[in-house]
Design a protein. Structure first.
Length: 164
């Protein structure tokens, strides 16, 4: 009597994937992953640049309030990231660059000190400069008391052009 399994095909047929097929799939997954990560990195850079521009605009507004109360801008010594800068009632927080410690904002009060009634700051200054870096452009810029941005050759640049 024959065994009931004799009608099965011989065990020489193989099932599964070959090594080449598996390597091709792994290579495709790796390629797709690298494309997604590159796009994500560009998005992160643009987000940090947008935050830098927002920080500069907020500092400008805060320093305008300081100017209205104190008759000038604060001395360079008050620029401590994370700390409040205030005259009497107007204040602004000194921002940190989003990519600290790689990049940092630097502030310099310029001009001759003027006597002030600001608490803790007997002198205020007629102008200032804040330096910042835009990663997408790979370039340094600065903001002045007028709220204008300039490149390193002192050519004015629009805020919108910094994000493109």
């Amino acid at each position: 009597m024959k065994s009931p399994t004799s009608h099965l095909p011989p065990p020489t047929s193989k099932t599964g994937f070959t090594l080449i097929e598996l390597l091709v799939v792994v290579a495709i997954i790796g390629l797709l992953t690298s494309i997604v990560l590159a796009a994500l990195n560009i998005s992160r850079i643009r987000a940090r640049d947008a935050r830098r521009i927002t920080d500069m605009k907020q500092v400008k507004l805060g320093f305008d309030l300081y100017l209205n109360e104190g008759g000038g801008y604060p001395p360079s010594s008050v620029w401590v990231p994370g700390q409040l800068v205030s005259c009497t009632s107007a204040f602004t927080r000194v921002p940190n660059d989003p990519a600290v410690p790689l990049y940092q904002y630097t502030y310099a009060a310029t001009g001759t000190g003027i006597p002030s009634s600001c608490a803790g700051n007997p002198l205020v200054y007629p102008s200032y400069r804040i330096d910042f870096f835009i990663e997408n452009k790979n370039a340094a810029y600065h903001l002045n008391e007028d709220g204008s941005a300039f490149d390193t050759s002192n050519q004015p640049v629009s805020w919108d052009s910094l994000l493109n």
